[in-house]
Design a protein around this ligand. Structure first.
Ligand SMILES: O=C(O)CCC(=O)C(=O)O
Length: 297
């Protein structure tokens, strides 16, 4: 199958874009989950969340999008069909549709808190801010470490990416660069770009709009796969990730949220009524191209 990754067409599955490993068989064994996370830099847990809960939330989000005229009239609601040149509606944040009880039942439900309490061996905390996305045609996320957006708190912070529906690769799914969290060939990248903060340093967040450039320069392997309602994928702040490009005429609905041990300090931008980004989106940022020359990466 041919899919688009960034702006390049690639074959899936292939050497260039392989298949994510499912770790749900390890769910009963916390030590094995940690060992797998150390090895792979991510955990794909299929069916962790009740599928019906996720599908109910999907319907609620799409109804909200329809009310806001983001969907093509007279098309099936659950398909989430976007009009030509369509735009999404802003859904990220600390209020609104991301806090509808149907959506919170997924994002802050017993499955995720239960998982992370066991995984951390202590009560867990989730950021108040929810990155709920309706990703449109031709859109994708460039390769980055999450540290640059939310690294000012716990070293144990984890991202959890949740698809709201069944999402084929050509609709835009998350891809992980295995090796980016631990290979020596990524050390300089982790020590330079990987220590930045977009707000403190006034620098763009994505390392590159061309994810394949990463493996060509530093090694590692890009992996992805189809996602289904109920699946989640978790990873730490120094696992490089990106998304495949949405080539369909349907919005890709997903939310990325964060968990950490509750006893750790938290990045103040994202908890309680925190300000969110203080520079990013508010002023011109130093270009990543310029910074990369200075870092020699
Ligand atoms: O959903 C996406 O396209 C990007 C998500 C992401 O970068 C993340 O979960 O950290």
């Amino acid at each position: 199958m041919n899919v688009r990754f960034g702006y390049r067409n690639v074959e899936f599955p292939s050497e260039t874009l392989g298949v994510l490993r499912d770790s749900s068989d390890l769910l009963g064994d916390v030590a094995a989950l940690h060992a797998r996370m150390d090895e792979d830099g991510y955990l794909l847990l299929r069916g962790l969340i009740d599928r019906q809960k996720v599908l109910t939330a999907r319907e609620t989000i799409l109804a909200h999008m329809r009310e806001n005229e983001a969907l093509t009239p007279d098309t099936p609601l659950l398909e989430g069909v976007m009009p030509k040149g369509g735009r999404s509606v802003p859904m990220m944040g600390r209020k609104g549709i991301a806090f509808h009880p149907d959506v919170l039942a997924v994002l802050e439900g017993s499955e995720l808190f239960g998982f992370f309490d066991r995984y951390f061996g202590e009560p867990s905390l989730t950021f108040n801010y929810k990155w709920l996305r309706g990703v449109g045609n031709e859109q994708y996320t460039g390769a980055h470490y999450d540290f640059v957006y939310m690294g000012q708190g716990s070293p144990q912070l984890h991202t959890t990416w949740i698809p709201f529906g069944d999402i084929p690769i050509e609709q835009g799914v998350l891809a992980m660069c295995v090796g980016s969290h631990n290979l020596p060939s990524f050390a300089r990248l982790r020590d330079t770009y990987g220590q930045m903060d977009v707000d403190r340093d006034g620098i763009e967040g994505w390392f590159t709009k061309d994810p394949l450039e990463i493996v060509e320069k530093f090694g590692g392997h890009w992996l992805t796969g189809e996602f289904y309602a109920g699946d989640v994928i978790l990873f730490g702040m120094h696992t490089m990730h990106a998304s495949t490009t949405n080539l369909t005429n349907r919005f890709r609905l997903s939310c990325d949220i964060r968990f950490q041990p509750a006893s750790h300090p938290a990045d103040k931008r994202w908890v309680g009524d925190g300000p969110g980004h203080t520079l990013l989106g508010k002023q011109e940022m130093r270009s990543i191209e310029e910074a990369r020359v200075a870092w020699g990466v």
